[in-house]
Design a protein around this ligand. Structure first.
Ligand code: SF4
Ligand code: SF4
Length: 634
């Protein structure tokens, strides 16, 4: 099948196609919204194009794997979300000193908003911090073209290149013009021993000045892109007011000023780091005011402020720092329109002569009026109907309540990042702490040591972690907890997939990313070999047994663990549907007030109703004191 021509592609798919067109040979990543579809797309085409692709256990491992391949001369990509770059930051910081052979593109997706992340980080700042160039596409087409450019730059400059996207570029779709892809035929040289691959202080000292020189050269190089490169452009307007923007914010800004586009000079940059200083200086000369439009950090704004200071330019800069733009959250055309208006008001009060001072941008009239759109149903974030995690949380909740009643000991539940973070929702309310991937176990271990320093009863510490997260960063936390005699119970919620990011496989599944059979790593065996004193495995279909085993684990002195095995409801078929027998139901509402299964619906005057989203897990039937919840007859 020929791929040449225009195809509707999501930004992430466009990046995958761009990488494959650039001669990608090896890809590695860890799933994380909004980045996951890059690897998914590569995996689905890998065999056809002779590419090797894998899901790694975490972002650090993924980067190191790609680095090893690049040291051998391969064309490589590694994918992750912005918080994943924190995990990968250790090798990243050394990498700019060492450099690479072949090519290495680091795809990092930022999440302004944030929609599904712990933080609103800006990867452009990481580029600056690590001295690694950053490209910042604003559309799926640019994402495709910039991916090819990133491979080329990486190869030419012998440095990794970060391709940074944001959610609307990663998940937005447009007609993308792509070229046919040839299966990879280029041989790689292989690893050649050389002192350059070993980072010692002497090498660091030698390389650092060269690295700084390279930043200046790259900044000059990116400034030249303003002459003939569509990612970077400058247009002149009739007033002395300029607008500078990058990434998807450039589209919002262009839309906001479209009625007055001839008034404003416009600076659009897709090369975020090193900042194209010479081009920016040329643009700023002759302007009285500059409005900077960018999501997340005031990164460009700070670059412009530095240039204004360095060259003594008499220019007012309006952005996040003077309150014209919101300092956090995702932007859209409406936010940008209001913010530019705020900046124009400031300009108006300072400069009555300004031609643009009287301009007020108006919001475009929506094709459908907002008031005509029916209100969306309120859908609280909750575990799916029939999710196995609900059984585990419920079992621990009941066991902890019993423990409290019998011996007066409280329990603290340390959660982790994954679907099971939703265990914090009422009525379960089972996540007392949540910090980052793999931290549930370490936080619980830390808490377990605090009784040494406090008065009163010690609490029982329980840590929840998912199967994929266990491999991501849980194992190191288990080793530390065992080594330091932490008195904790670890509950591994093993639903046989990396559920929250789109059901990617992991080392506990027995399948590689490309579908080949693989050695399955047994979590219980890993826990045992780490020295956990009590390790049990149980299926989650019997609530009473789950409660018994939870009690046994919580009563154990020292580190204990239970691997709860089930299957994510999103990857298996419903096994039946339960209904409420009106004759038997006493309307105690226990099934609603205790479980929070979204399939069970409360109606104000009558008995609960079970909707057809019921997956047939049978949990509600097990807790109904009247035996009123029964399997619906076929
Ligand atoms: S059986 Fe009960 S708890 Fe399970 S999905 Fe159906 S309604 Fe929800
Ligand atoms: S727990 Fe059983 S008896 Fe109570 S409301 Fe639900 S179905 Fe009815």
């Amino acid at each position: 099948m020929t791929l040449t021509g225009k195809r509707i592609l999501m930004g992430n798919e466009a990046i995958a196609f761009g990488a494959m067109k650039a001669g990608l040979q090896i890809a590695s990543g860890y799933p994380g919204t909004p980045s996951s579809e890059v690897m998914e797309t590569i995996i689905s085409h890998a065999k056809k194009y002779g590419i090797y692709a894998e899901w790694a256990t975490n972002e650090k491992v993924a980067l190191e794997t790609a680095v090893g391949a690049a040291y051998s001369g391969a064309n490589t990509i590694v994918t992750m979300k912005q918080v994943g770059l924190n995990v990968a930051s250790d090798p990243l910081m050394s990498l700019s000193y060492i450099g690479i052979k072949g090519s290495l593109v680091i795809l990092v997706s930022d999440d302004p908003g944030p929609h599904s992340s712990q933080t609103e980080q800006d990867t452009r700042a990481f580029g600056h911090f690590s001295n690694i160039p950053v490209l910042d596409p604003s559309t799926p087409q640019e994402a495709y073209d910039m991916t090819k450019l990133a491979f080329k730059l990486s190869h030419e400059l012998e440095t990794p290149v970060i391709l940074r996207t944001t959610t609307r570029v990663s998940h937005g779709c447009e007609d993308v013009l792509i070229e046919d892809i040839d299966p990879v035929t280029r041989d790689i040289e292989g690893f050649v021993k050389d002192t350059r691959w070993t980072i010692f202080p002497k090498l660091t000292a030698q390389r650092h000045p060269l690295l700084e020189e390279l930043q200046v050269k790259m900044s000059d190089h990116f400034s030249e892109y303003f002459n003939d490169n569509t990612f970077n452009s400058i247009t002149k307007g009739s007033s002395r007011i300029g607008i500078a923007a990058s990434g998807v914010s450039a589209l919002y800004a262009k839309e906001a000023i479209k009625e007055h586009s001839d008034v404003f000079s416009f600076f659009k940059s897709g090369t975020a780091y090193p900042f194209p200083e010479k081009a920016a200086l040329k643009f700023m000369k002759g302007l009285n005011d500059l409005i900077v439009v960018e999501e997340l950090d005031p990164y460009m704004e700070e670059q412009f402020l530095q240039i204004a200071g360095k060259y003594h330019l008499n220019i007012n800069i309006h952005g996040k720092k003077n309150g014209s733009f919101p300092v956090s959250g995702e932007y859209d055309v409406d936010v940008v329109t209001d913010s530019i208006n705020r900046a124009l008001e400031n300009i108006g009060s300072e400069d009555a002569e300004s031609a643009a001072a009287s301009i007020r941008l108006s919001h475009s009239v929506a094709a459908v009026k907002p008031e005509d759109i029916p209100a969306l149903p309120i859908r609280a974030p909750t575990l799916c109907a029939g999710c196995m995690h609900r059984t585990v949380f419920y079992a621990f909740k009941k066991t902890a309540a019993k423990l409290k009643k019998q011996v007066g000991i409280d329990s603290v539940f340390s959660g982790d990042i994954g679907c099971y973070t939703l265990g914090n929702a009422l009525p379960l309310n089972m996540v007392d702490t949540c910090l980052c991937m793999g931290a549930g176990i370490s936080v619980a271990a830390g808490l377990s040591h605090t009784p040494e320093f406090m008065q009163g009863e010690k609490a029982k510490q329980v840590a929840f972690i998912g199967d994929s997260t266990f491999f991501h960063s849980g194992i190191a936390a288990v080793v530390s907890a065992v080594y330091n005699n932490a008195d904790i119970t670890i509950a591994v919620l093993d639903n046989r997939t990396t559920a929250m990011t789109g059901h990617q496989p992991h080392p506990g599944i027995g399948l590689t990313a490309m579908g080949s059979p693989a050695q399955m790593i047994d979590i219980a065996e890993v826990l045992k070999s780490c020295g956990v004193g009590m390790v049990k495995t149980i299926e989650t279909d019997d609530l009473d047994k789950c409660m018994d085993i939870a009690a046994e684990a919580m009563e154990f002195e020292g580190p204990s663990a239970v691997v709860f095995k089930g299957k994510c409801v999103a990857i298996c078929k419903a096994t039946g549907q339960y209904v409420v027998d009106e004759e038997k139901c006493t309307n105690c509402k226990l099934c609603i007030n205790q479980l929070g299964c979204p399939a069970i619906f409360s109606i104000s005057s009558g008995i609960p109703v079970i909707q057809d989203t019921c997956s047939g897990c049978g949990l509600c039937a097990q807790i109904c004191p009247s035996g009123a919840i029964v399997l619906k007859e076929a």
